[in-house]
Design a binder for this molecule. Structure first.
Ligand code: G1P
Length: 289
């Protein structure tokens, strides 16, 4: 029987230099899209997909993340006293998103190293997900759930979220060399991290959602530095190709790269346009720009 996927690793130790000076004091994962930090949107997606354990691989400088997901009795009492019941329910629903664990990645050694830091919290032969919160995905079915469904169809295979990007942009991503396409998903032959466009095996790029089997930790343990002198998760993924296999799905939904200024603003506009309270006024304001 395939075990349910219950744990998600969020690698969030990065410095967020692209958003300086804001990120001098605010973790980039705490920047706001509409009315929630980027990280909370990713946690909501995980929770809606059935994930119960949220594992944050973070840095000691990011205490506001711990505060944000912690229960705040003082705030709850105040909202009760002021009879702001809608806000109270909103705050309380946050505490029900899952159980939170925090691990410190003390050196920026790369995504592969960040994932490896969480190895002791994942069981033997257990499937888990990795979520890069920079990528926010708006979709009918949560993107993580889409990966879980493909994993079930492939008897517990590992699954990557894929997006076709313009060939000239493949240098920003891990890129797959697909073997076959069947029933809407790909089986994977090999992968390469941030290839030059002329050397890329395809334009099918990995975006920030991975469903992986814990045997990847054996490979990560020995993984040598790759692109940019960092331990790359992409370089270890090939170890999952054998039975039950490594697959990829072009997920349904719209992805916003909130690690870039343009993607961040685009996400805010799109989330604003899907918010009942402000959508029509926002539409007018955009028209009048
Ligand atoms: C990381 C991964 C890359 C992946 C990308 C998705 O790169 O290394 O394989 O395609 O996330 O966002 P980063 O964006 O951290 O440079």
């Amino acid at each position: 029987m395939i075990k349910q996927v219950k744990k998600a690793i969020f690698p969030i130790a990065g410095l967020g230099t692209r958003f300086l000076p804001a990120t001098k004091s605010i973790p980039k994962e705490m920047l706001i899209i509409l009315d929630r930090p980027i990280l909370e949107w990713a946690v909501i997606e995980a929770s809606l997909s059935g994930i119960e354990e949220m594992i944050f691989v973070t840095s000691s400088k990011k205490n506001s993340i711990i505060e944000h997901f912690d229960k705040s009795s003082i705030l709850e009492d105040l909202l009760k006293k002021k009879k702001k019941m809608d806000k109270l329910l909103l705050i309380q629903s946050q505490n029900k998103l899952g159980n939170f664990s925090y691990l410190i990645q003390d050196e920026p050694k790369g995504l592969g190293h960040a994932v490896w830091c969480a190895r002791k919290l994942i069981g033997k032969d257990e499937n888990f997900v990795v979520i890069l919160p920079d990528d926010i995905i708006l979709s009918k079915k949560p993107a993580v759930k889409q990966l879980i469904d493909v994993s079930c169809k492939t008897k517990g295979g590992s699954v990557l979220a894929l997006e076709k990007v313009p060939k000239k942009e493949v240098y920003k991503y891990g890129v797959i060399n697909p073997k076959r396409k069947m029933n809407g998903f790909y089986s994977i032959n090999s992968l390469v991290e941030k290839p030059k466009p002329e050397k890329a095996p395809s334009n099918l790029s990995v975006v920030g959602r991975y469903l992986l089997n814990s045997k990847i930790f054996e490979k990560l343990e020995k993984q040598k530095k790759g692109f940019g002198g960092e331990i790359q998760l992409t370089d270890s993924l090939a170890s999952l190709i054998d039975d039950p296999g490594l697959f990829g799905i072009e997920f349904e939904g719209k992805r916003f790269d909130c690690g870039s200024k343009l993607g961040f603003i685009e996400a805010n506009l799109n989330f604003g346009l899907s918010d009942k309270e402000i959508n029509s006024s926002l539409r007018k304001k955009i028209r009048n720009l």
